[in-house]
Design a protein around this ligand. Structure first.
Ligand code: ATP
Length: 205
């Protein structure tokens, strides 16, 4: 089996994440994709970080239409900060005969050499990258070649970038701007129902 892994804070999960995963699901020939929200140690929890349970639930809602996707709480149950290499070691033990693909946006690929044990990550999984902006399209090609020279397998999935970040959405919500065009309808409803991120949807929602 070809197994994709998509990690992130997903605070909240947005249409950029969904666009990324849909494009990968359509183009990369994966049999399964595991979405893994990461754990932030309690002392680092910012005011605007939704709880692990809420981030998990929002991921379930956002990706419920994608058949090959499953949501994992594995990192949330670990101690301390999440390191991708540790998660990949664990998944390699669970799926010793399968091929792992680590899915990421361009910001992650561009800073990949700063990741803890990045060479081991390259030995455990192929990387699949999606550009987050038009400027990143050429930059990731260059970075992919550099990482290939180090023995990595890097796959670039081409799709029209959907430019948004969770930080931008949280800022908009704080200012009470309507950001429902960046989120799936059911995630908007969840944020309203749970009153997350100091609200931010115009009255009537
Ligand atoms: P924050 O603004 O809080 O840092 P974020 O929007 O960057 O959050 P994360 O949860 O940190 O989102 O990202 C999880 C994964 O999704 C990362 O690999 C990231 O590069 C990717 N990603 C995030 N936004 C997009 C986007 N708009 N297009 C493609 N990939 C994205």
């Amino acid at each position: 089996m070809n197994i994709g892994i998509f990690g992130g804070t997903f605070n909240p999960v947005h249409l950029g994440h969904m666009n990324c995963l849909k494009s990968v699901a359509d183009q990369a020939g994966l049999d399964k994709i595991i979405v893994i929200p990461d754990r932030i140690p309690p002392h680092k929890q910012a005011e605007d970080l939704a709880s692990a349970e809420d981030r998990l639930n929002m991921c379930r809602l956002a990706f419920e239409g994608l058949k090959c996707v499953e949501i994992s709480d594995w990192e949330l149950k670990q101690e301390g900060k999440s390191y991708s290499v540790i998660t990949l070691r664990h998944l390699k033990e669970v799926y010793p005969h399968d091929k792992l693909f680590f899915i990421m946006g361009s910001d992650m690929l561009l800073s990949f050499e700063k990741w803890y044990q990045y060479k081991e990550i390259l030995s455990l999984a192929a990387l699949i990258c999606v550009a987050r902006s038009q400027e990143d399209v050429d930059r990731i090609e260059i970075k992919a070649d550099q990482l290939r020279a180090e023995g990595g397998e890097i796959i670039i999935v081409r799709t029209a970038p959907f430019e948004v970040s969770s930080t931008q959405i949280r800022e908009m919500l704080k200012k009470n701007f309507d950001c429902s065009c960046y989120l799936s309808e059911n995630v908007v409803q969840y944020i309203v129902d749970k009153n997350l991120y100091n609200r931010g949807f115009p009255s009537g929602r």
